[in-house]
Design a protein. Structure first.
Length: 80
């Protein structure tokens, strides 16, 4: 609560006394980590899209095969 109440200005105190200097000193490392995370997320997203496309293609092929076998079964039953 102390850090969130406007009357105590706890968040400003924490930032001014602890975070500000740390962030300034480590800005390049933080930026590099964020950039690496963006690249990793992009690779993961690309792999997920590719996997989804493969899964969709497999599903469509299986559905078509099922539909063809079902149609063939229906035709065979009519011939009997």
């Amino acid at each position: 609560m102390w850090a969130m109440l406007p009357q105590t200005k706890g968040a400003k105190f924490l930032y001014d006394n602890f975070l500000k200097d740390f962030l300034k000193e480590n800005e390049t490392r933080i930026d590099a980590a964020v950039e690496q995370a963006k690249k990793s997320a992009s690779v993961i997203a690309s792999e997920a899209v590719a996997a989804g496309a493969d899964l969709t293609a497999s599903g469509v092929a299986a559905a078509a095969e099922y539909a063809n076998s079902d149609a063939k079964d229906s035709t065979d039953k009519k011939d009997e």
